[in-house]
Structures are given as C-alpha cells and as structure tokens.
Design a protein around this ligand. Structure first.
Ligand SMILES: Nc1ncnc2c1ncn2[C@@H]1O[C@H](COP(=O)(O)OP(=O)(O)OP(=O)(O)O)[C@@H](O)[C@H]1O
Length: 242
C-alpha cells in the first residue's frame, strides 16, 4: 500500500475538521476531491508531516509517518499550493539546490529526471531564470523537482490554481502519464470536478469525512449518477456549479 490512513482525526482547537478518515491508495493517479473547506489542505498538511496528529495513523509505503518521519518523508515528493521556487535562480539551480537537500549530487540529480524534464518540455529551459517561465512551466518545474529524489509517492495540493484551462489540461495529463510510467502513487487534491477522469481513483471528501472512495466511473454507477458532477452534488453539501 502506498498511502494508508487509519482513524485519522484533526481539530483546530475545539473545531474538529477531519473525522476518523480511513482510506488506502496504491500506485496510479488518485484524486482527492472536495469543496472548499472540506479539509483537503488539513489532510495534506498531515500527510506531509507539517501537522502532527494525536489521533490515527499514516503510513507511507508501510513506513509510519509519526514514528519514522524522516524515512517516510524520503519516500515522498510534494508540490504545495503556493509556489516554493526561487524566481531569481535558474531552473537548473532550483533543481540542484533541492537535490542537495536530499544529499544527491548534481550529476545524479539531472540524470534522475532527464526524461521527465524532456517530457515536461523543460530541458531547453535549464539556464533560464524561473522568473522568465510562464505559470504553467513553473508548475511543471515544481513537479520535476518533486521527482528528483525518486519518491514512491507524490502529493500535489491544488496544483493548477491560477493557471489557464490549456495549461491545467496539459499539466494534469503529464502527471497522469508520470503516475503510470513511473509506477508511483500520485495524490492530486482539487476542488475542480473537471480535473477528474472516469478511470481515476477518487476520494470524495466533505466536511472532514470521506463520502466515497473508488474508481470514479464505478462510483458514478454505484450511486446512480451520470458523471462526477452529479456524484459530487449527490454526495456532498456543495452548491458549486463546477
Ligand atoms: N488554522 C485554522 N484554524 C481554524 N480553522 C481552520 C484553520 N485552517 C483551516 N480551518 C478550517 O478547517 C476546515 C477545513 O479547512 P481546509 O483548508 O483543510 O479545507 P480545504 O478543503 O483545503 O479548503 P480550501 O480548498 O478552501 O483550502 C475549514 O472549515 C476551515 O475554515
């Protein structure tokens, strides 16, 4: 199992925002979908070890995130909602700095992600400053960077926020491709239903609870709904149109 979450709860003060979550994810493209306020970012902070929980268990490839945090984090690549790139450094410098934090030499670092840079159309941009890149290319760079230490799991928190429709579409297709080619587990958190495709594994989160989990098209059939939009409206309290 790539990610295992058992009886996970979280409260801000007295306000409980995650309620006994249980789910497991394997390699492939997994979407964490839920309306604003569902608890996606809180869950993300717990999965990345930013928040510590007193309640429940998280395992990354069978490594306990609470008891063996360093080993668990080594298995993980993360793309946060807000960019963490240094705009005044080049693409290559951003990549190599991150690699050095993982104890990876510049040569190995670039070798590890050479095909990925090619695929994400970043190979030609290695010497450009990040400031010169479009929003879409900056996001691609963060995805490539998250793969530099060859993790088994990649977590992305609303990675298409602020991008235009074409860039969004391209990035999600790239990441779906990477999940299948590299055989890794991707968890893509979003509130945008049009980012979900029928064969994605879906976790539907609402008000801190998992309302449904499974292959999206199967969940639609089981719930007698035609598509993810209907499923979302049937199982969540959301009034969003998209
Ligand atoms: N620091 C905090 N203190 C108190 N309540 C918080 C805090 N951060 C988030 N919350 C509340 O926790 C609940 C879950 O928020 P969270 O940000 O995890 O949801 P989300 O699904 O990521 O939503 P969004 O897409 O809007 O970020 C919300 O009701 C939110 O108001």
């Amino acid at each position: 199992m790539s990610i295992l979450v058992e009886n996970l709860s979280y409260s801000y003060g007295r306000k409980q925002v995650l309620k006994e979550l249980n789910f497991s994810l394997t390699a492939g493209f997994n979407v964490l979908l839920g309306p604003n306020g569902a608890g996606k970012s809180t869950l993300f902070s717990l999965l990345t070890g930013l928040f510590e929980t007193g309640y429940g268990e998280i395992k990354i490839c069978n490594v306990d995130l609470i008891e063996q945090k360093r080993s668990a984090l080594r298995l993980m690549g993360v793309v946060f909602q807000q960019s963490t790139l240094d705009l005044d450094l080049s693409v290559k410098q951003n990549l190599l700095y991150h690699a050095s934090l993982h104890g990876i030499s510049p040569v190995s670092a670039l070798k590890n992600i050479e095909p990925i840079l090619e695929q994400l159309q970043l190979s030609e941009r290695l010497n450009d400053r990040v400031r010169q890149l479009s929003g879409g290319h900056r996001r691609r760079l963060e995805i490539a960077r998250a793969l530099i230490h060859q993790p088994k799991v990649i977590l992305l928190d609303e990675p298409t926020v602020g991008l235009d429709t074409d860039s969004r579409g391209l990035i999600i297709e790239h990441v779906r491709g990477l999940a299948h080619e590299l055989g890794i587990c991707i968890l893509w958190a979003t509130h945008l239903m049009d980012e979900v495709s029928g064969d994605d594994e879906l976790i539907l989160l609402d008000k801190g609870q998992v309302r449904a989990q499974g292959r999206c098209d199967r969940l639609c059939d089981d719930n007698d709904t035609k598509n993810v939009f209907e499923l979302y409206h049937k199982l969540t309290s959301s009034v969003e149109l998209m």
